[in-house]
Design a protein around this ligand. Structure first.
Ligand code: CMP
Length: 138
């Protein structure tokens, strides 16, 4: 799975009308969509998804924000997907995100930062499995 990553278009970007533009940026950058879902996380499932951050001071806010509205989840494929995708989305803090990156264009704050990208092959696998069964992948 070294050529795959997992993403979520976060509630802020969906609510602000950027879902289509962001998907277009992703596809235009050469990522192939393997799986795609418009859905909403419950507080419980958001808590589970972000369990690795449980001890971080921002955990509670993160879970409540990520369950505040619908999101788009996707598995994406490209050579060197993890690194290429992180380049496309820019720094976690949009104030530090490079010009032209998705977070530079669409994100407002470190919490409402428009999009998620997996940080490792291992996490891409875990996160993709959280949302998608085998028969939802093409
Ligand atoms: P994401 O990559 O989806 O995973 C964890 C999220 O926590 C991160 O994006 C940010 O939106 C949010 N977050 C809030 N504060 C921080 C922080 N200080 N460091 C890292 N992530 C943070």
């Amino acid at each position: 799975t070294t050529n795959r990553t997992f993403t979520m278009i976060k509630p802020d970007a969906v609510a602000n009308g950027h879902m289509g533009a962001i998907l277009n940026d992703i596809i235009s950058a050469g990522f192939k969509v393997i799986a795609l879902k418009y859905t909403k996380l419950s507080e419980e499932s958001a808590g589970k998804f972000y369990e690795v951050h449980k001890e971080r001071p921002f955990y509670k806010d993160l879970v409540s924000f990520m369950s505040s509205g619908p999101i788009v989840a996707a598995i994406l494929e490209k050579d060197n997907a993890i690194e290429e995708f992180r380049k496309l989305i820019g720094s976690t803090n949009p104030a530090e995100a490079a010009e032209g990156t998705i977070r530079n264009k669409y994100a407002k704050s470190i919490d409402a930062n428009a999009i998620h990208g997996s940080d490792s092959d291992e996490n891409a696998e875990i996160e993709g499995n959280f949302f998608f069964s085998a028969d939802e992948r093409f």
